[in-house]
Design a protein around this ligand. Structure first.
Ligand SMILES: Nc1ncnc2c1ncn2[C@@H]1O[C@H](COP(=O)(O)OP(=O)(O)OP(=O)(O)O)[C@@H](O)[C@H]1O
Ligand SMILES: [Mg+2]
Length: 239
């Protein structure tokens, strides 16, 4: 089987017009691939380019150069760098989910509805989405009195649970997840790890950014390390 994701010579430079044209080389000549059903941990110091790489795959950022081949169910092999906006919108709706480091929610939408929205987008019925969203929040240990409250006032750890639940509930083909366990207690970390492993068992491929060795050891089949925008190492976890 071909890789589900094949990043080839990807370069992303930010031109800072406000800083007299200063250039930041966020990613330089990055190449790697992700196999179907594989979980790859993306590691590296703060500022090494991890989130930029994830946002590039999700096409939040446009490439400076290079290609990102993705094996789509709908389109077959497609270069995410050159795909049309229309194609990217369809892929985000049906196949690729991105879970950012931080939660950004619409004001005055309840926690349970924010999570259920992850399923609505994939065409689930209202009742099914409602039940599943409460089941995920329950398993992630979000107190029941918060299910109908607005996440904008939640603590960091509570917001993270909403963020992760919304991404995982959609059972995407490709999951891009940035620091899913950073501000969670041990028990909730284990729940999130188990949820991601369950997705993998269904065939989901996962790119996961994490600083947390506990999470990486349990989750990642392989690690890719970035330093100053370059891949410097690819390793397997010690077994
Ligand atoms: N939109 C942007 N505009 C300008 N520079 C950016 C932008 N996004 C990222 N950068 C720069 O690119 C570099 C890589 O940032 P990135 O957010 O990818 O790091 P990271 O590895 O995710 O770090 P962290 O572990 O702190 O989240 C940094 O120097 C950052 O300032
Ligand atoms: Mg980051």
């Amino acid at each position: 089987m071909p890789p589900i994701l094949d990043v080839r010579h990807y370069t992303k430079r930010f031109d800072m017009h406000v800083l007299n044209g200063k250039r930041i080389n966020a990613l330089t000549n990055v190449s790697f691939s992700l196999e179907p059903g594989e979980i790859v941990g993306l590691v590296g110091k703060s500022g090494s380019g991890k989130s930029t790489l994830m946002k590039s795959i999700y096409r939040t950022y446009l490439a400076t150069s290079g290609a990102i081949y993705y094996q789509s169910l709908r389109y077959g092999p497609i270069d995410l760098v050159r795909a049309t906006d229309h194609q990217i919108i369809a892929l985000r709706r049906d196949e690729i989910t991105y879970c950012s480091q931080f939660l950004s929610v619409i004001p005055r939408v309840s926690a349970a509805d924010v999570v259920a929205e992850g399923l609505f987008r994939r065409g689930a019925g209202r009742t099914e989405a409602w039940h599943q969203s409460r089941d995920y929040l329950d398993r992630l240990g979000l107190p029941q009195e918060l299910w109908d409250a607005y996440p904008s006032t939640f603590s960091g750890g509570e917001q993270q649970r909403i963020n992760v639940a919304r991404a995982i509930i959609a059972r995407p083909r490709l999951l891009l997840i940035d620091e899913p366990t950073a501000s969670l207690d041990q028990r909730t970390k284990d729940v999130v790890i188990d949820m991601i492993i369950a997705l993998k068992a269904e065939g989901t491929s996962v790119l996961c950014i994490s600083h947390d060795l506990y999470t990486l050891d349990r989750l990642a089949d392989r690690r890719i390390e970035l330093k100053d925008g370059h891949i410097v190492a690819t390793t397997s976890p010690v077994s």
